[in-house]
Design a binder for this molecule. Structure first.
Ligand code: FES
Ligand code: FE
Length: 452
């Protein structure tokens, strides 16, 4: 493909560029633009400039534990087969047959040594190499098979078993790109020597909303808990009182990532997200630095977004407050854009590997009942997210609506920057602030306006 097409494809239209430049001019005053939340040109540019450049989450290695295992996953609008090949190596292979472009894999997951294209029958190993084709001698004698294998994502890397891919071969490493967030994730994933494992299949569902709304929500919008999720709180699924839960830190973890902790750093009793004692006993606290241990010890809830669209949440909830005590759960999800105004959610639940089946089941039940498709929390958020997205598509609204992102800015409210924050990133206390969202959009605009 000519370089000229590739260069041109990633250019903004003058109109989209003007919209982003307007947003940039206002962002430091805590003002954002509704128009970027539902716009075809902006969306097309995001596929190139955000999802085509950043590290995207694909799968966890416990989803493909055996050689030959595979799952189908997406980066933006491209589909990839994530395989553990016959040599145990993990690959992200574009599911496009190099012959005429058909999909070669039609199951969402499975185990196979080969993939055969249904159109003319070209046959590939599970590492993407072309093996052969029907009537090869008659049809292709002289074809260099080594040149016609399936295309791979140029970069695949893992972090504690979480597999990411990047379509930009010159991007910084995954760990470098995670910036300060690597430290916080490392704290969570290192608690047990065995790490985490996925519980069942990812739940998948669509929301008629823009991906950035979901990402900014998880990056630091704890404020909406007090109103949108109040009824859920009122029935007692979470035992940390609402106002108490706002005591904690928003942390801009670098590179557009945001993480938020409900925490009591001075707590006499170790909290560890309210994991029961028998689970805490399985933690190897030597895996954590002194600082990480201090943070984990005081943590009640941790929620965050890895820019652009990977969100996670660890907290203790009860699926049945009268009869079942709260159990910690961990949800990890991507907001896959499938259009300017729609996302497909991939929602995984995880638990530490070295825990009983009974505890894993309890955690899964707590997770499904709250952050599953029909969960008490999960059902609330799409209501405003969908109206926000629909409203953002309005011709008048797009031109004239500016939105407020000022909480915690220039002394507004009670939140202040913690000047002697001993951990990575920039922190504010308490969580009545929107600095994480502003930081996310600062990175977003930088990426979108790069090379323009
Ligand atoms: Fe795949 Fe022809 S399109 S073999
Ligand atoms: Fe919510």
């Amino acid at each position: 493909m000519s370089n000229k097409y590739i260069e041109e494809a990633s250019k903004l239209s003058p109109r989209a560029k003007a919209m982003l430049e307007d947003f940039k001019a206002d962002l430091e005053k805590g003002i954002s633009r509704i128009g970027i939340l539902n716009d075809e040109e902006i969306y097309q540019a995001e596929l190139e400039k955000i999802f085509g450049k950043r590290w995207n989450y694909l799968a966890h290695e416990t989803e493909i534990p055996n050689n030959g295992d595979y799952v189908l996953r997406y980066i933006g609008d491209d589909k990839f087969i994530v395989t553990r090949d016959s040599n145990g190596k993990i690959n992200a292979i574009l599911d496009v047959c190099p012959h005429r472009g058909a999909s070669v894999c039609r199951a969402e997951k499975g185990n196979s040594s080969h993939f055969r294209c249904p159109y003319h029958g070209w046959n590939f190993k599970n590492n993407g190499e072309l093996v052969g084709a029907p009537a090869f001698k008659d049809a292709y004698d002289g074809l260099d098979r080594s040149q016609w294998g399936m295309k791979h994502a140029p970069r695949v890397e893992k972090f504690h078993g979480f597999i990411f891919a990047c379509l930009d071969e010159y991007a910084p490493s995954l760990e470098e790109s995670l910036s300060g967030m690597a430290w916080y994730l490392d704290m969570i994933f290192s608690l047990q020597d065995e790490g985490m494992e996925v519980l069942g299949e990812p739940q998948r569902f669509t929301i008629k909303g823009n991906w950035k709304i979901a990402a900014e929500n998880f990056s630091g919008d704890d404020y909406h808990l007090m109103y949108l999720h109040k009824s859920t709180y009122d029935i007692g699924v979470m035992q940390i009182p609402l106002k108490e839960n706002m005591k904690g830190y928003h942390i801009q973890a670098g590179n557009g990532h945001g993480v938020s902790f409900s925490i009591d750093l001075e707590s006499e009793d170790p909290l560890f997200f309210f994991y029961p004692e028998e689970i805490v006993k399985t933690f190897n606290l030597d895996n954590l630095s002194e600082d990480q241990l201090r943070l984990a010890r005081g943590s009640r809830v941790c929620v965050g977004n890895i820019f652009p669209n990977i969100s996670f949440l660890m907290l203790p909830l009860s699926p049945d407050p009268k009869n079942v005590p709260p159990t910690p759960l961990f949800t990890w999800r991507i907001w896959r854009p499938i259009g300017k105004d729609e996302i497909e959610v991939f929602n995984w639940f995880f638990m530490y590997k070295n825990t009983s089946e009974e505890f894993k089941r309890a955690s899964y039940q707590a997770a499904v009942s709250s952050f599953g498709i029909a969960g008490t929390f999960e059902m609330d958020d799409p209501v405003p997210w969908e109206t926000m997205t629909r409203n953002a598509g309005g011709t008048f609204a797009k031109k004239h609506m500016k939105l407020n992102l000022q909480m915690g800015l220039n002394g507004m409210g009670t939140s202040k920057q913690v000047m002697d924050w001993p951990f990575p990133g920039i922190a504010h206390y308490p969580r009545f602030e929107e600095g994480n969202q502003r930081a996310m959009y600062r990175t977003y605009i930088e990426e979108m306006l790069k090379d323009e």
